[in-house]
Design a protein around this ligand. Structure first.
Ligand code: SF4
Ligand code: SF4
Ligand code: SF4
Length: 447
C-alpha cells in the first residue's frame, strides 16, 4: 500500500476530535496521498460494547465495513487503534471460522457486497512507518523538534493480540518513536509506557479506575520531564487530554500536553497550531509550543559556537563514557552528560553549573574516539564562552591578565637559579608581547 487508499475515520475522531481528522488530512496532503471515502460505513464496531453483547453483530459489521472498501478495490488506513484492532481481529477470526464467514456473506449479498478478507488493513502509524518510512517523513520537515523531550503512548490495540496484528513488537515497540526521533525530538522512555490508557473503564462505569490509569501515567511522564505525549489513537487521546483536564479541574498538579502524531508532523511541516485546530485540546499545548520556540532559539545560539551535528553524533554514541580520567576520580563530572545537556539546548545551564572546568583537555576521549570527535574541543569552547560571560573561576581571568601584562605566568626565581649555578635567563619578551597585543587591540578597534 503506498499513496492511494481508503481512509476509515471511525466514529470517535469525526464526532469528538475533528481537529485530529483535519491534522491527518493535512498530513496526507503534504505527503501526496490520495484518500478515498466510501458512503455506507457504520461503527467499526467497538469491541467492549458490541462484541460483548453480540459477537455475530460485531463480525458482521466489521466484515460489512471491509466489504464496502473491498468493492471499491482499495486497501484501508485507519487513524484509530480501535478500528484497526476490530478489522484485524475480524480478518483473523473469519479466516479460520469460514462457516461464520459464509453466513455473513449471505447477508452481505443482499447489499451486493462480499467479504473476502483480502484487503490490507493498516493503522496510519503503521502506514507512516512501513510504507513511508521515518527518514522520508522527516525529510519534508521545515523545522524539527530539537531539544524537545517527547514520549509515545502506543495503545494496546495497535500492538496486540499479536496473532491478529503482527506489526511492531507487542511489548517493546519502537516504530512510532523512530518517527518522533527522526523529527529531531529526544524520545523519552518511561516506566509506564506499555501501561494501557485505561480509557475503556469509563465505558463500563468505572470512572475512578479510569482516572487512576490516566493519573499514573501522567505523573510518570512529569517525573521524566516530558514536554509532550504523542498518541496515535483517539480513545487514548480522549483519556489523556479530556480526563487530564478533569484531573486539573480537581486541582491535581498534572500538565502534559497531548499531541496526536499527525499534529506533530504538521507542526514540523510548518503548519500553524491554529490551522489544525490545536486550540481545541482541553489541555493547553501552549507550554509545548513556547518551549519549542525557546529551544529553536537555543539551537541557533548553540550553532553559532558548535557543530551541532557532531554534538548529536557524540551524544548518541557515548562509547567513551567511562574512560575520562576525571570521572574516574570525580563521578560528579560526567562529560557525556554535559554533551547531552548541550544537545538538549541547556547551554546557559551548562555554563552556570561550572562542571565544564573539570575537563583537563587531556585528549583521552579524542584518542579513543572511533570518529575522531572527542570532547576536549567542546570543553575548550565552553570555557571561552564562560569567560566571555564572566562565569569562569577567578583564577582564570587573573592569570590571563598577568599573561597579557607580562607575557608570562610566573617570574623566574633568580636566587634559586643562582644557588644551583644556573646563568641568568635572557631578558624575556613580555613587554614586546604586551605591545603587540595592545597594537592588535587597537587595529581591531580601528576595523
Ligand atoms: S473503535 Fe472507537 S473510534 Fe473506532 S469506530 Fe469503533 S467506537 Fe469509533
Ligand atoms: S579531554 Fe576532557 S572530557 Fe576528554 S577525557 Fe580528557 S578530561 Fe575527559
Ligand atoms: S568523544 Fe567519540 S567516542 Fe566519545 S562519545 Fe563522543 S563520539 Fe563517542
Amino acid at each position: 500500500m503506498n499513496k492511494e487508499f481508503a481512509v476509515f475515520w471511525g466514529c470517535t475522531i469525526p464526532a469528538r476530535f475533528p481537529f485530529i481528522e483535519k491534522a491527518t488530512r493535512v498530513m496526507f496532503d503534504d505527503l501526496g496521498v490520495k484518500v478515498h471515502e466510501q458512503p455506507g460505513h457504520t461503527c467499526c464496531p467497538e469491541g467492549t460494547l458490541v462484541k460483548a453483547n453480540d459477537p455475530d453483530a460485531f463480525y458482521t459489521a466489521a466484515a460489512r465495513n471491509l466489504a464496502i472498501i473491498e468493492k471499491a478495490g482499495l486497501d484501508v488506513v485507519t487513524p484509530c487503534n480501535g478500528c484497526y484492532s476490530t478489522f484485524k481481529e475480524a480478518q483473523s477470526h473469519l479466516r479460520t471460522d469460514w462457516r461464520q464467514a459464509d453466513v455473513i456473506n449471505e447477508r452481505l449479498a443482499k447489499e451486493d457486497l462480499h467479504y473476502s478478507g483480502d484487503i490490507e488493513v493498516m493503522h496510519f502509524a503503521e502506514w507512516l512507518s512501513d510504507s513511508m518510512g521515518a527518514a522520508l517523513i522527516a525529510s519534508k520537515a521545515k523545522k524539527n523538534f530539537w531539544g524537545m523531550r517527547i514520549a509515545v503512548h502506543y495503545g494496546c490495540h495497535l500492538l496486540r493480540p499479536q496473532p491478529a496484528v503482527r506489526w511492531d513488537d507487542p511489548l517493546h515497540p519502537k516504530k512510532v518513536e523512530e518517527i518522533v526521533s527522526a523529527l529531531g525530538a529526544r524520545v523519552v522512555d518511561y516506566p509506564t509506557k506499555m501501561q494501557c490508557c485505561g480509557g475503556a473503564l469509563d465505558r463500563v462505569g468505572q470512572r475512578d479506575s479510569s482516572l487512576a490509569f490516566c493519573r499514573r501515567k501522567l505523573y510518570d511522564l512529569q517525573n521524566n520531564d516530558v514536554d509532550a505525549l504523542v498518541v496515535v489513537c483517539p480513545s487514548c487521546f480522549q483519556q489523556f487530554d479530556l480526563n487530564q483536564a478533569a484531573l486539573q479541574r480537581a486541582n491535581e498538579n498534572v500538565n502534559v500536553p497531548i499531541l496526536y502524531l499527525s499534529e506533530l508532523i504538521d507542526l514540523a511541516y510548518g503548519h500553524t497550531p491554529e490551522e489544525i485546530g490545536m486550540d481545541m485540546h482541553r489541555v493547553s499545548v501552549q507550554p509545548f509550543l513556547d518551549k519549542w520556540e525557546a529551544r529553536s532559539a537555543d539551537k541557533t545560539k548553540l550553532a553559532l559556537n558548535f557543530d551541532v551535528a557532531l554534538l548529536n553524533k557524540c551524544d548518541s554514541c557515548r562509547a567513551c563514557k567511562d574512560d575520562c580520567p576525571v570521572c574516574k576520580v570525580d563521578p560528579t563530572f560526567q562529560p557525556n552528560d554535559i554533551i547531552r545537556d548541550l544537545v538538549d539546548g541547556k547551554l546557559d545551564e551548562v555554563i552556570a553549573e561550572g562542571q565544564l572546568w573539570k575537563c583537563l583537555e587531556c585528549y583521552t576521549c579524542l584518542e579513543l574516539c572511533h570518529s575522531e570527535i572527542g570532547m576536549a574541543e567542546t570543553f575548550r569552547k565552553l570555557k571561552e564562552i564562560a569567560i566571555e560571560q564572566g562565569a569562569g573561576p577567578e583564577s582564570v581571568p587573573q592569570s590571563y591578565k598577568m599573561f597579557m601584562e607580562t607575557g608570562t605566568l610566573g617570574k623566574p626565581k633568580q636566587s634559586a637559579r643562582k644557588k644551583l649555578g644556573l646563568d641568568p635567563l635572557p631578558e624575556d619578551g613580555g613587554d614586546a608581547m604586551s605591545r603587540i597585543m595592545s597594537n592588535t587591540d587597537e587595529s581591531k578597534g580601528a576595523e
